[in-house]
Ligand binder design. Structure first.
Ligand SMILES: [Zn+2]
Length: 102
């Protein structure tokens, strides 16, 4: 279980930092996609994405933890793809403001 702070992957403009390794950028893109999905209205209890690993038929399941607001994700097939994302609030992938403006 990894806990990743999304802001550590971003530059001062809030974009995915260019000076990372390819793997780092892929990981950051994956986290950004999860945050985007998790915060998209209508808020669902349970969201599923296709696993990004080649040849994996599993789905990535995502939920926002009530207590900490960390976003937890795990692949139904890959035991090593599981973790939590913190520090996503207020990033450009945080869609919650779309609903609170109504
Ligand atoms: Zn998988």
């Amino acid at each position: 279980m990894f806990i990743s702070n999304l802001t550590h992957f971003l530059d001062s403009d809030g974009n995915i930092a260019l000076e990372m390794t390819r793997i780092g950028r892929e990981r950051a893109g994956f986290f950004a996609m999860i945050v985007d999905e998790a915060t998209k209205p209508p808020a669902e209890e349970y969201i599923e994405l296709r696993c990004f690993r080649k040849k994996c038929e599993g789905t990535i399941e995502i939920m926002i933890l009530d207590e900490t607001e960390e976003i937890e994700y795990w692949c139904s097939h890959c035991p090593d793809i599981a973790g939590r994302i913190s520090g996503w609030q207020g990033t450009k992938w945080d869609n919650r403001k779309l609903t609170s403006d109504l």
